[in-house]
Design a protein around this ligand. Structure first.
Ligand SMILES: Nc1ncnc2c1ncn2[C@@H]1O[C@H](COP(=O)(O)OP(=O)(O)OP(=O)(O)O)[C@@H](O)[C@H]1O
Length: 742
């Protein structure tokens, strides 16, 4: 990472940062049952069997790529954007994870995926994305990011961004301010992380091609020897540079002795902020190189840099400055030419002349580069303008949509309000109507009850009246009969009176008075009957009146029922209309929702498709890795098979020699058996003689020798044959070794 340098502003001495990363055991180490040669005892300390080392940070084998990035590189983004130059380099023996840490696998698999989520990515792809994220989040407009990619191989520098396959090695120079630069090295302007990934892929491809060509040109053996010599030389000089930077005496620092230290000049003891990642293997088989790496890293911790902020210059200022420099150089060149023609010129030393030429070249390159940057920026501006136009159009359209939606929402809200009010009204009306229907029902019930009571009382009355009527009718008949009998009595009395007129005038008169009195009573009785009759007639009239009332009530009730039924129908139809409208509205809403759901389903399907593509890509990556693993496993299996075959051969030859050995041993064994038999016989004899077997004489053939038939074997055999408990001391072998075997 390099910010544009021009003027130095402040100087603060600062030790360079050194971290150690211990990689996990690789397959070979695991197979060989390697043991841990290092122990990460704290986040800053690492222990070997000989020594304890302390660094800025120690990363254990199980740490991941993001852990390293977050501690080492991420904080440098701020430094770079503040104007510091920053360097991160990995140092360590072969196969300890330098490439893994810096690049993190196959660069062709890089894409603009979120760098934090990509577990495999190393520091370079992460910083490529992170720096643009940071620029975007700070809303910086005046910036330019450039990338260069070089190979340092066999003390030769090559530009990996230059497509020319036959490019000559590049020279390293110091500019007039002392800064180191590489002549003709491409610096490409980049505007996003994908631009960087693209350049990384191109550069890596060229690096691989150059590697295979180098092997093809020189024999692999010669090439490896030269390469090793150069690597060792570079590392030696690097060690010396670190050594002399950490020594108190102000001695010469041999930067110029190797290209690597020249390129790293500003990073080691210069003005850059530097971090070294020392990578080591955990295995005891690599213990010595691990120890050397840790020693180097410890020394490097003492190197002090003086980081300085570069002054920011605008494009125009830089352009002006470079143009003036070119003009000046041109003037000098012209003056020199005139001098060559015999005029009043001056002599320029070859070295100076080369420097002027280089400076001229550098400045014109720089000018071209700046022009390229300007063109790039103009292009970007145009692109941005187009994007802005599109965005503005999108925004306006979105606003229009929003307004339309707002209107619809307004209308819907008003409609909803209206509906709500209607509903309230309907509710109120229904409630009242229900109440009135209930009241009327109650009234009707009361009326019906009253009518029924009236009808009952009317029936009763009618029954009473009829009874009275019949009673009065029979009374009438009786009275009429009485009257008739009285008339007859009067007539007979008059006749008797006439007869007795002479006898008793006074008695007749009395009799007459009694009769008149009876007639008067009869008359009164008749009047009462007439009154009863009238009363009966009144009651009959009254009965008609009650029937009328009942009839009136009935028709009134009928009317009520009809009116209520009509009202009920009206309300029902209104409700039905309203409900129909509401259902229509809801259906429309459902339709809209269905459309939205369809759109969402489409979006989801697109996302699914993309995710599937991504998964397939990942699967392919995994398959590739698995295939590689299978290849390695197969190679290992083959190796094992070879080992097994060799072992088999060895076993066969051992068996063969064993067989030979056995056949050689056979005859002494037969002899042994004979001796055993002799022993048995001797023992049996001793027992038969009732003698304790404490002394047995055996002829022992001389040529067998002690080695072939040792005493212990004989004792063992003896014990097996006779008695396990018998102790060695209880008998003796009398072994004669001068008997010849017959
Ligand atoms: N921390 C780690 N975790 C998992 N695998 C690792 C780690 N470090 C290294 N490896 C694996 O070890 C192998 C060697 O690593 P790498 O190529 O990065 O080493 P190197 O130091 O760059 O080697 P060389 O100097 O030979 O180029 C690779 O397969 C890499 O994936």
């Amino acid at each position: 990472m390099a910010a544009q340098i021009n003027t130095q502003k402040k100087k603060v001495g600062q030790n360079i940062k050194v971290v150690v990363r211990v990689r996990p055991f690789n397959e070979k180490e695991s197979r060989g049952r390697s043991r841990m040669a290092v122990n990460c005892i704290s986040p800053r300390e690492i222990q070997t069997k000989d020594k304890k080392y302390c660094f800025d940070r120690v990363f254990q084998p199980d740490c991941n790529q993001l852990d390293i990035y977050s501690y080492v590189v991420e904080p440098m983004i701020n430094d770079v954007l503040a104007g510091y130059n920053c360097t991160v380099f990995a140092y360590g023996p072969t196969g300890t994870g330098k490439t893994h840490t810096m690049t993190g696998g196959d660069p062709s698999s890089l894409s603009s995926l979120d760098w934090r989520r990509n577990e495999k990515a190393g520091c370079i792809p992460r910083v490529a994305a992170n720096i643009f994220d940071e620029i975007a989040s700070r809303k910086v407009n005046d910036y330019n990011v450039r990338v260069s990619f070089l190979e340092l191989y066999n003390e030769e520098v090559r530009d990996l961004l230059n497509p020319d396959e036959r490019q000559p090695p590049l020279n390293i120079f110091n500019d007039n301010k002392g800064a180191v630069f590489i002549q003709n090295l491409n610096e490409k302007n980049v505007f996003n992380s994908n631009d960087i990934y693209e350049l990384l892929k191109q550069g890596t491809l060229r690096l691989d091609l150059a590697g295979s060509e180098n092997i093809a040109k020189s024999g692999a053996k010669d090439k490896r020897a030269l390469e090793l010599a150069n690597i060792n030389r570079s590392l030696l000089i690097l060690g010396r540079v670190v050594q002399s930077l950490t020594e108190k005496s102000n001695r010469h620092v041999p930067y110029r002795d190797s290209k690597l230290t020249r390129i790293l000049q500003d990073s080691l003891g210069g003005h850059t902020k530097t971090c070294i990642i020392a990578t080591v293997s955990p295995a005891d088989s690599s213990y010595e190189v691990t120890q050397c790496t840790l020693e180097y890293a410890m020394r490097a911790r003492d190197v002090k840099n003086t980081p300085m902020v570069n002054e920011k210059v605008t494009q125009v200022q830089m352009f002006k400055q470079l143009t003036t420099e070119i003009e000046e150089l041109k003037r000098k060149l012209e003056a020199t030419r005139l001098g060559e023609g015999g005029g009043g010129g001056f002599f320029v030393a070859q070295q100076h002349w080369d420097e002027i030429q280089n400076q001229l070249h550098v400045n014109s390159n720089s000018l071209t580069m700046k022009n390229e940057i300007m063109d790039g920026m103009k292009k970007r501006l145009a692109d941005l303008e187009v994007i802005q136009k599109i965005k503005t159009r999108d925004y306006e359209e979105a606003m229009k949509n929003c307004k339309n939606k707002e209107k619809i929402i307004h209308k819907a809200t008003a409609l909803l309000k209206e509906h709500r009010e209607n509903l309230q009204q309907e509710k109120y009306l229904s409630k009242n109507y229900f109440q009135s229907v209930q009241d009327e029902n109650t009234q009707a019930k009361c009326l019906l009850q009253a009518t029924n009571t009236l009808i009952d009382s009317h029936n009763m009355l009618q029954f009473k009246l009829e009874t009275q009527y019949f009673n009065s009718l029979s009374n009438n008949r009786l009275i009429q009969e009485k009257c008739r009998s009285l008339q007859e009595t009067i007539v007979s009395g008059r006749e008797q009176l006439d007869k007795m007129s002479l006898t008793s005038q006074s008695a007749v008169t009395n009799q007459m008075a009694v009769l008149e009195e009876s007639a008067r009573a009869c008359h009164q009785e008749m009047e009462r009957c007439a009154a009863w009759k009238k009363e009966i007639e009144d009651v009959a009239n009254n009965k008609n009146g009650v029937s009328e009332v009942i009839e009136e009530r009935r028709s009134c009730f009928q009317k009520y029922t009809t009116r209520h039924a009509e009202q009920l129908n009206k309300v029902r139809s209104r409700f039905r209309d309203m409900l129909y409208k509401q259902i229509q509205h809801k259906r429309q809403q459902i339709k809209l929702l269905e459309q939205e759901v369809e759109e969402m389903v489409e979006t989801l399907e697109t996302i699914d498709r993309e995710t599937n593509n991504f998964i397939i890509e990942e699967e392919e990556d995994k398959n590739m890795l698995i295939n590689q693993k299978i290849d390695t496993e197969t190679a290992d299996l083959n190796l094992n098979q070879t080992h097994i075959n060799t072992m088999k051969q060895m076993i066969a030859s051992t068996e063969k020699s064993l067989k030979m050995h056995i056949s050689e041993q056979k005859s002494p064994l037969e002899t042994t058996e004979k001796i055993g038999k002799d022993l048995l016989d001797a023992w049996n004899q001793a027992i038969r003689a009732d003698d304790t077997p404490n002394k047995i004489s055996v002829n022992y053939p001389k040529q067998v020798g002690d080695g072939a038939l040792p005493r212990d074997v004989l004792i063992k055999k003896f014990k097996e044959e006779f008695d396990e408990d018998i102790s060695n001391e209880s008998f003796h072998f009398n072994v004669s070794t001068n008997t010849e075997v017959s």
